[in-house]
Design a protein. Sequence first.
Length: 160
Amino acid sequence: MMTVHLLCVGKLKEKYLVDACAEYIKRLGAFCRLNLVELPESRLPDHPSAAEIENCLRREGEEILSKIPKDAMVIPMCIEGKQLSSEELSSELADAGIRGVSQVCFVIGGSWGLSDAVKSAGKLRLSMSRMTFPHQLARVMLLEQIYRAFSIASGGKYHK
């Protein structure tokens, strides 16, 4: 059984988002082991300078990189990443399993995104959309898509 790691910068605050994540985490238990890790988000002033943002991304990136399992296929979520259909994501995960990949690590950055070092560690940079979403909502959306991907691969009825 594949282990899916989800590294997220920041904590969920709204109960409805926590509940939605809990539901998909429960559903994913039939398909994989899920390890969700929340990392602290760096605090910045209201109007940070470019240098402050870069320093924040570097610090968060170092923390993220230290938490990625050694042999995991890393998939950073970033706006410049590749957009895949649900079927294509399912195929990517299934193909990874066929190649012997037992751990996949999705990474969601904080408000300012991800450092170049984290993006460079990725086997596949993934984008949900050209639209911008709050990183907390992105967590729910990603968990749903991971669940959908496993459901597609197993021939389940969830995906229509």
